[in-house]
Every structure is written in structure tokens, then in C-alpha cells.
Design a protein. Sequence first.
Lengths: 46, 301
Amino acid sequence: MFPTGSLLQRTQKTGHLKMRFFAFVVLVAIVLAAGFGALGPAGGVL
Amino acid sequence: MASRKFGGRFSPGAPASGSAEPGRAVFANRRARKVSIRARLMYLFALPLLFSALGAIFRGEPVEMIAELGGFAGLLLSAYLLNDGLKAEAAFEARRVARPPAIPRKLFAAVLTGLAIALVGTLSLGQPLPGSVAFGVVAGAAQILAFGLDPMRAKGIDGSDDFDNERVARAIDRAETQVSAIMQASGRIGERAVEARVERICDQARGLFRVLEEDPRDLPRARKFLTVYLTGLRDATEKFASLPSRGRDAESRDKYQALLADLEQSFTAHRESLLRDDRSDLDIEIEVLRERLKQDGLSSN
């Protein structure tokens, strides 16, 4: 599909998608760190 | 289950094009369900906590075990709520007139994720309370950013008042429930040809929902027709599905098939008059349909 909308709109859209992706990465990192015991002061197996 | 012979309009030995039924889009009047892989993965990411809890059991650490099992359960419940919330959001977006979901599931899921992380951090990993809370808050906020919030406001049509929209949304909610009951009952019949036919009728009904959403003024006329039509179809389908497959004799099958054909035909023919404001025509049709259902003994009223 060809991109539609102005450059500003497209930039906003891709920016929004990137933000969602980074938020997902942060979420996964915290959940996995809790699972592997890496959230404590001493660190975990990671 | 009966075997199905494959073949289409262009297969060798297919009926002449004039007699073949016109091609129908499989997803007419409904959308294919979107599945979010990321939301599904959230089930998987909770798993390490379960293994940590097993480790805590073998080490004889009860507090750690409770924290980790609690965290695991919290994350699983959060993943379930998140997936359910995304489904409800898709249903909301597919309609033009809709009320927001009753429970903000995605919001609850994010809160639950935060609580689970804070619980594990404090009780199992020895993190001081402020640190655990910080991890919890960041996890919850990241989940909201990644998956968004639930739709919170009802959406409708500009120019007509909220009361009308509310009524249409409620009537369509009820009708959608009936349609899904019909589809479930037809799934129990176990005959593909019958299932396909029932599905086609349900698609037509869904088409009418979309028309109603565009113009709520049609509701009073459409409601009566939909009630008789969908209730009749549901009762008949449930009754037919409840017959054990061996007990279905040719007569009951013929009767049911004839009823389906009648319903399909009357729906197609009278959808137009329904939208044309042709009241007398429609009232007669509803009466005929009601009588027909009563005669067949397929309706409960």
C-alpha cells in the first residue's frame, strides 16, 4: 500500500507506532526481569 | 459429520452459470478478527515467574513462593483482560453506533500488571517498597502506552440525539447476542450445508444492523421485524440442533430447511420495504412469518 497523508501526518503516525513498540519493549523487559529475579538489588540470573 | 464435496462455479461438472448462486464474500457484513501477537505474548512472558515459584518451593521459601505465584496469577489475569479488552475494542470500532465496553478491561489489565510487578519486587526480590512501586508504575504505564486505553465514550451519529443512539446501540447489542446464539446452535447441528445457510441469513441480519446504525429512525419498524425474525430463527435452530443427529428424520430436516429458505427469501424481499417505510407490507409479512413459525411448532410463542 502506498503511504497516504502529508509528511507531517506520516511522521506522526510512524512516531506513534515507534512509541508503542518501545513501550512494549520496556514492559517485556520489566516482566521478564521480575520472572528471572533480576529486579532485586543484587540482580538475578541475567 | 457428512463429508463435503469441493467444487465451485468453474469446476468440471458444475451447474450452468445461470443456476449457480451468486458468489458471496465470506466476510460480508463482518470483519475478520484482528489478533494482536503482542497481547498474546503477554501470556508467555508470565511463565518465568511460575518457574521461579517452583524454585522457591524447592528452597523452602514460603513468602517468596506466595509472591511469585501471586505475581504469575496477576500477570496471567492481566493478559486475559488485555486480550478481552482488545476484542471488545475491535467490536466497538466495527460499529458506527456503540456504547463503550462496560468494564475498562485494558485499564484494569495495566493496573494488575503494575500490582503484580510491585508484589514480586517487594516480597520476592527484596527490593525496597519505593523501588518496587516505581517498577510497577513504569510497567503499568508502559502497558497503557503499548496497547492504549479502552474506548470510554459512546459514539454515534451527528445530528440525532443521544437517546436515539442509545436505543439503537441497545437494540443492536441484543440482536447481536441473538445472532451469536443462533450461530452457536447451528454449530451444534454438524451439517455444513445447513450451517452455511444459517450463516448467510445471519450475515443479512448484520447488514440490516449497519443500515440501522446509519439511520436510527428506522429502528421502530426494524425492531419488530428483527425480533420475530431472529427469535424465530433462534428457536427453530436450537430445536433442530437439540435433536440427536440420528433422531433427525427426513421430515424434520425438510421442515427446517423449508423454514430457512422462507426466512431467507422473506428477509431479502422485505428488507427493501422495511427501509422504504412501507408499513402495511411489513406488518403483513411479520404476521405471515409469525403464523408460519407457530404452524411448524418451531417457535416457543
